[in-house]
Ligand binder design. Sequence first.
Ligand SMILES: *[C@@H]1O[C@H](CO)[C@@H](O)[C@H](O)[C@H]1NC(C)=O
Ligand SMILES: *[C@@H]1O[C@H](CO)[C@@H](O)[C@H](O)[C@H]1NC(C)=O
Length: 270
Amino acid sequence: MKQALCAVISVLLVSQCVALTPYYLKQHKNNAHVFTQLVKVPSRPQSGLDLCPTCIQFGDNALNALLNIILNSGVVGSCSALCSLLEQETGSKALGVVCTLFCDVEGIKEFIKIINRADLDPIYYCQLLRACPINDNGDAKITSLTVDPPSGPQGTFNIRLVWATNNGTGTGQVILQVETQDGLPVEGAFLNEAKLAGNYELNIQLKAQPDPGCDPSQGPCEKWEPGTYPVQVAVCNGECGSKHPHSKVFDQGSTNFTITPEGMRWRRFT
Ligand SMILES: *[C@@H]1O[C@H](CO)[C@@H](O)[C@H](O)[C@H]1NC(C)=O
Ligand SMILES: *[C@@H]1O[C@H](CO)[C@@H](O)[C@H](O)[C@H]1NC(C)=O
């Protein structure tokens, strides 16, 4: 059952790595300018299909809409009614299909109960659906946090985070926040699947240059002015900042990098 479900979901919501809506942006919905300048560098090829990341991705995309539907539609009597409303609301057939698959396993009453309990926390939601593992005896310590290059003109900066765990970790999250000169939030949150004891690393490429796709009519665009940019990271059990069970900040770290002015010397002589 699990295998078949997973295969279907993976085909519908295929993705190499799961980037989540950062907690910060969820709390500031009016500031919903989503930055796409933090990109995870895939570590090694995914072996087989995994139900947990596909469930998390579904939760990240669908929980907000599901909560609104439950709130606004009163009694929703069946999985097909709820999931077709989700499909209409989001315009995504795939989300409707995945919704039906998960809902049919739980039954409509239990499925709605789980959505209400999880609120907007996709990790807790997928733990309640038994799609993601739980480990409440986990631990993690950051052993290294570096930026390469530490200083340079606008361009790509590679952020490398290494952490160690003795007990292993449950399903969790790594968040990364860059404080910009103009105060716009640049933040990314990445699923950290349950791990055995060992050392792990996360490599993030930060495109610290103006995003040509940024539409100023949708909100301010980050300019990446020269200056020092502090970088903060946290490794968490569950969602960072969540008050739900199985959630805890394991460790936090910080570093910085500097954007230097570019081409001033040349401009002066032309
Ligand atoms: C590691 O696990 C053991 C039991 O399995 C527990 O007693 C201990 O507190 C855990 N360590 C941490 C740092 O949570
Ligand atoms: C930037 O990081 C370096 C090395 O980690 C540290 O010495 C320096 O104080 C930091 N600067 C700022 C402005 O945070």
